[in-house]
Design a protein around this ligand. Sequence first.
Ligand SMILES: Cc1ncc(C[n+]2csc(CCOP(=O)(O)OP(=O)(O)O)c2C)c(N)n1
Ligand SMILES: [Mg+2]
Length: 268
Amino acid sequence: MWAFRELAGLLWRGLPLDRYYLGWMGNEEGNRYDPGLRITPPAIPVASQYAYAVGLAYASRYRKEEAVTVAFTGDGGTSEGDFHESLNAAGVFKLPIVFVVQNNQWAISVPRSRQTASETIAQKAVAYGIRGIQVDGNDILAMYAASKEAVEVARSGGGPTLIEAYTYRLGDHTTSDDARRYRLTAEAKKWEARDPLVRTMKLLYARGVLDDKGTETIWEEARQAVEDAVSAAESAPPPSLEDVFQYTFEDLPPSLAEQLDALRGERQ
Ligand SMILES: Cc1ncc(C[n+]2csc(CCOP(=O)(O)OP(=O)(O)O)c2C)c(N)n1
Ligand SMILES: [Mg+2]
C-alpha cells in the first residue's frame, strides 16, 4: 500500500513504468494494476494508506493466506489520526503487517521537529505494543535486512513492525514547490553525499562488482526504459467521457444521467 515515493518498490513488484506515468498523467487506467502483482493503486490522503493496509492484513489473515501487507507513509503522515488508529488496531489484532515511515525530515515546508516531540518515530511503536526499529534509510542493505526480518516476523505470527527509514528529501516536495523558500541549501548539500545510490555505487565499486563501463550501461538502459515508457504512456488512448460517470453507481442517478446527456450534446 504505497503513498507517493515508492516507485522503486513498484518496479520491483513488476509494475510496468508506462502504467505509472499514465496514472500521474491523470489517466485512471494507469492506476488499474494487474491483480497478480498484489500492489494497490496510490492513495493520496496522507496516512490513509495505513488504514487500508490494516484492512488488507486483516482480510489476508481471515482468508488464511500467507501474505504480509507492507504500508508506507512519510514523517508528516505520523501526525494523522489514521497513523495512530492503524498502529493501534494492528497491535491489538497482531496483524501480519509492516509499517514503513519514510522519514525524509520534511512534510512539504514543515520540518520534522514540528511534527512530533518524540525523539524518534520508531519509538511510537512502543505505545502500541508492536516492534519498532529506526534504520538508516539511505543504506539499501540495512533497509533490506530490517524489512526482511519484519516480514518474517509478521509471517510467522509475531505481529506488526514499524520501520522508521531515516532519510532526507533532497529535492523539492513536488514540481510546484521551491524548497529554497523554507530551508537552507547547505542542509540539503550535506545530505547529497549520503545519497543511497551514490553509497551503493561506492560499495559495488569497492567490491569490484561495478565499474565505469557498467555504470554507463545501467544509465543507458535506464534512459531507454524511461523514453520507451513515456512514449507508451503518451500514445495510450485518452479516457472516454463516459468513464467519468462510471464505476460509482450501478445505475446512474437521474441528475448524473442528465449531465452525461448534456455533455454528449455539447460534444456533437
Ligand atoms: C490528509 C491530507 N492532507 C494534506 C495533503 C496534502 N499533502 C500532500 S503530501 C503532504 C506532505 C506529506 O509529508 P510526508 O508525510 O512527510 O511525506 P513526504 O512528501 O515528505 O514523502 C501534504 C500535506 C494530503 N495529500 N492529504
Ligand atoms: Mg516527509
